[in-house]
Design a binder for this molecule. Structure first.
Ligand SMILES: Cc1cc2nc3c(=O)[nH]c(=O)nc-3n(C[C@H](O)[C@H](O)[C@H](O)COP(=O)(O)OP(=O)(O)OC[C@H]3O[C@@H](n4cnc5c(N)ncnc54)[C@H](O)[C@@H]3O)c2cc1C
Length: 400
């Protein structure tokens, strides 16, 4: 009988894993993807949405046709419960699906509760809805400008997006002709500029410092936010940052249903995995991308999380898919890739400029790491968005 693979999540990790398994086994496997939404979202472009540079339709596509072409079943519903011993997953629509192998690629949720007033008073860009709401706040700001705070809180991991939004805000202020009237401040849990949640790269601190100086942006490093009130952010050490507009990246956690399975996830709901991306406890359960737990090899005075960006997510999805294909063929999984050993490849956009971030490993110790600034990076990011959406929509997950 054909084996059944169930994939939870239909974005970077889930879509890649589902189609890679089909490809590896030349179709001789039943694959079902479950997701709580019916579209793919290119999250990296959420930095542009609040400024009207992108609309939802520009950075999303319906996943149904992609899966149909790939001979993958798709079910739009949220997973609400899993039982790894019975090998079942219960969905919000009441269905109970069974599997031989499971891949969890359910991303994150904002840990709003970590900061008082975050959900009521803060803008963020970590989801499509929140980025749209931030766009409304930005329009209101332009009618009545004041000071701006952009930041990433204690425990946050998506620092690249905070920097991108910061420099894009500076660029938009210039375009609106109000840059000199607005005090722009970067507030971060990072111990130094350019830490990015990956421990920093050679000369990153000075390069980011130069960018901030050139753009007349002030910085508050190593900060935790105590409260976010309307028009005021207060740090735990008493800094008060008045603002007419703010955007804060919160800490993330895994989806709640994962926490309810004894031995599956850590305290924040991220699935504990081996370097094969199998769960530490169940060999037929895998987790990839944001849903997988990664431990930072450092301790910072203010907690700083590790970013699980697009490239490592795709890599983890491929490793998991290849290992499941081996298990289905009666072999032991032989593909290993420790998260820290995956290459770091990322572009930080800055409006009409940018920085290319390259390193031989996501996490230190590293042999090589460079930051290459320049306007070509902005153009690269624009082109990459188009390429990546084309690649995913057409199910070309074997392409780089
Ligand atoms: C603002 C922003 C900017 C970023 N910029 C960059 C960048 O420049 N470069 C880069 O490499 N990376 C960037 N990233 C990170 C990148 O988006 C992630 O690495 C990537 O999205 C991880 O993919 P994933 O599949 O693990 O999770 P996600 O993309 O979050 O996908 C999770 C999937 O699970 C589904 N889901 C959630 N809960 C459930 C449930 N209970 N049941 C079923 N399905 C569920 C969701 O609908 C979704 O389909 C950025 C992220 C953000 C938020």
């Amino acid at each position: 009988m054909r084996k059944k693979v169930l994939v939870l999540g239909a974005n970077f990790g889930g879509l890649t894993a589902a189609l890679t398994i089909k490809h590896e086994l030349q179709g001789d496997v039943d694959v079902t993807v479950v997701s709580d939404r019916d579209y793919f979202l290119f999250n990296p472009s959420l930095i542009w949405l609040p400024f009207g540079k992108r609309e939802a339709k520009d950075i999303t596509f319906k996943v149904g046709p992609t899966f149909e072409t790939g001979d993958v079943d798709f079910e739009e519903s949220a997973a609400t419960k899993m039982d790894p011993d019975a090998k079942t997953v219960t969905l919000a629509n009441g269905k109970v699906l069974n599997y031989d192998y499971l891949i969890i690629a359910t991303g994150t949720r904002n840990r709003d509760e970590a900061i008082e007033g975050f959900s009521e008073n803060s803008n963020t860009i970590t989801t499509l809805d929140s980025a749209i709401k931030t766009g409304e706040a930005w329009k209101k700001f332009l009618e009545k400008p004041g000071d701006i705070v952009i930041g990433a809180t204690q425990g946050a991991s998506c620092f690249g997006a905070a920097y991108e939004f910061l420099f894009n805000t500076s660029y938009q202020l210039k375009k609106a002709g109000i840059k000199k009237d607005v005090k722009l401040t970067y507030l971060t849990a990072e111990p130094f500029l350019g830490h990015f949640g990956i421990g920093g790269l050679p000369h990153g601190d000075s390069l980011l410092g130069m960018f901030l100086k050139k753009e007349h942006i002030g910085s508050h490093l190593n900060k935790s936010i105590a409260t976010i009130e309307e028009g005021m952010i207060t740090t735990t050490d008493g800094d008060k940052l008045e603002n007419a507009f703010s955007m804060i990246i919160p800490p993330f956690s895994g989806q709640n249903f994962l926490k309810e399975v004894d031995g599956l996830a850590d305290a924040n709901g991220f699935v504990k995995v081996k370097d094969t991306y199998q769960s530490e406890k169940w060999d037929d359960v895998y987790a990839v991308g944001l849903a997988a737990a990664v431990t930072a090899p450092w301790q910072t005075p203010t907690p700083v999380g590790v970013p699980k960006t697009g490239f490592p997510t795709e890599q983890m999805a491929h490793v998991a898919a290849l290992n499941i294909a081996q298990q289905i063929q009666g072999e032991l999984p032989t593909n290993h890739k420790d998260f820290g050993d995956i290459k770091a490849v990322c572009v930080m956009d800055a409006g009409n400029n940018g920085v290319l971030i390259l390193a031989d490993k996501m996490l230190p110790p590293r042999k090589h790491g460079v930051l290459i600034p320049g306007p070509q990076n902005h153009l690269f990011k624009l082109g990459f968005e188009k390429y990546f959406l084309w690649k995913m929509r057409n199910g070309k997950v074997m392409l780089p």
